[in-house]
Design a protein around this ligand. Structure first.
Ligand code: NDP
Ligand code: PYC
Length: 339
């Protein structure tokens, strides 16, 4: 099958919610999960867009996720929020913890949110954009499944362990980056496999530890970190601060807990919110203006800011809707038929 299928954002949202609910996900979870998938598709992040309906359906079907989990919000310390997701997808627990995280960051200058016991398959930029929307600086981290070899080795230890950062900007889109600490997100390799395309040899190793251009061989072998030992150290940091530090799983523990079901990662996420006014008080505007000078020095020489591609894609999708591969559309519709 070839070609693309076009839909409005409202149609994409309705499709995502209908599929998720038809697979047994509670309506409040389905709405929160659909919001991030449609946002991913809208922003041109296909690896974390509607394709993830197939991934989420698998996690539901195989009992990896608790479809009607009720998140529980608590305050382990004055500037800390914890949300126990009770085994559900991460999106609703994040939405439930966000208002308290913002309130605490404004009160104390800095606050952190731990999501525990959640199933996570999504991009992290929605989390940090929710903070920049509130005028806060945001950081987010989550381990995944042990798919990635440390630099110098060829056997998986780390997850693809993304790091996201957001900086609010006056009158414009925030500065946001969000990337895996692996050479590329695993979802990107999966999309190459679906499209029958090869991958660059520096993305990973086959099961024998040889560099490979075959996506399936790398999915079955080990992915590599980005930037050699630097990405490897950052991947280890994500394991530590969004795993043991918040009382949750490492990527290896998540993989063991999956018990071969090929579900999405199970574990935690750490989100940190910083209020610029905490350090700067009344002079906040003066100092944040200097950040704008730095951004100007980047764009002034023709380089682009991270996030800028997404904002262009967002404007286009808001006007024209989105287009997904016909084969993916058919696979999504098949989830409805297989109820
Ligand atoms: P990419 O390498 O595609 O992009 C990462 C970031 O770099 C984006 O912020 C992007 O901005 C920016 N960027 C890319 N090219 C340039 C450039 N030329 N100049 C400036 N900035 C640039 O991301 P990954 O494949 O590493 O990750 C994709 C997604 O997968 C992320 O959203 C991540 O959160 C998610 N993920 C989730 C995991 C989980 O466990 N939940 C695990 C791993 C990944 P822009 O968006 O504007 O292009
Ligand atoms: O693309 O690496 C990935 C990923 C893992 C969990 C969610 N996305």
């Amino acid at each position: 099958m070839s070609g693309m299928v076009a839909m409005t954002l409202a149609e994409a949202d309705a499709l995502a919610r209908t599929v998720l609910e038809s697979r047994g996900l509670a309506p409040d979870h389905a709405a929160a999960v659909a919001r991030t998938m449609v946002a991913g598709e809208r922003d041109g992040c296909a690896s974390h867009g509607l394709y993830r309906l197939l991934v989420a359906a698998n996690s539901i079907e195989r009992g990896v996720v608790v479809p009607d989990a009720v998140p529980v919000v608590s305050e382990p310390a004055a500037a800390l929020v914890r949300v126990d997701g009770k085994g559900g997808f991460a999106q609703l627990p994040f939405e439930r913890g966000l208002p308290l995280l913002i309130e605490k960051a404004r009160k104390f200058g800095i606050a952190a949110l731990a999501l525990n016991n959640v199933v996570h398959f999504a991009a992290l930029w929605p989390e940090v954009e929710a903070l920049t929307d509130a005028g806060l600086v945001g950081l987010a981290f989550t381990p995944s499944h042990s798919w990635v070899a440390p630099e110098g080795g060829t056997k998986p230890v780390f997850g693809t362990n993304p790091i996201a950062f957001g900086w609010p900007r006056p009158g414009g889109h925030p500065f946001v980056f969000d990337f895996a600490t692996s050479a590329v997100a695993r979802g990107e390799i999966e999309l190459h496999r679906r499209a029958g395309k090869t991958i660059p040899p520096e993305w990973g190793y086959d099961a024998e530890g040889h560099p490979s251009i075959d996506p399936k061989a790398v999915l079955d072998g080990a992915m590599r970190t980005f930037g050699g030992h630097k990405g490897s150290a950052l991947a280890a940091m994500v394991e530590l601060i969004a795993g043991p530090l918040i009382g949750d799983m490492t990527s290896a523990e998540s993989m063991a807990a999956d018990e071969g079901r090929m579900g999405s990662p199970i574990g935690g996420e750490l989100v940190i919110a910083i209020d610029p006014a905490g350090f700067l008080g009344a002079s906040v505007e003066d100092h944040l203006g200097r950040a704008e000078e730095m951004f100007g020095a980047i764009t002034g020489q023709g380089a682009r800011l991270p996030g800028s591609r997404r904002y262009v894609a967002r404007a286009k999708s808001d006007a024209d809707g989105v287009r997904i591969p016909a084969q993916l559309h058919q696979d999504i519709l098949a989830l409805l038929e297989g109820e």
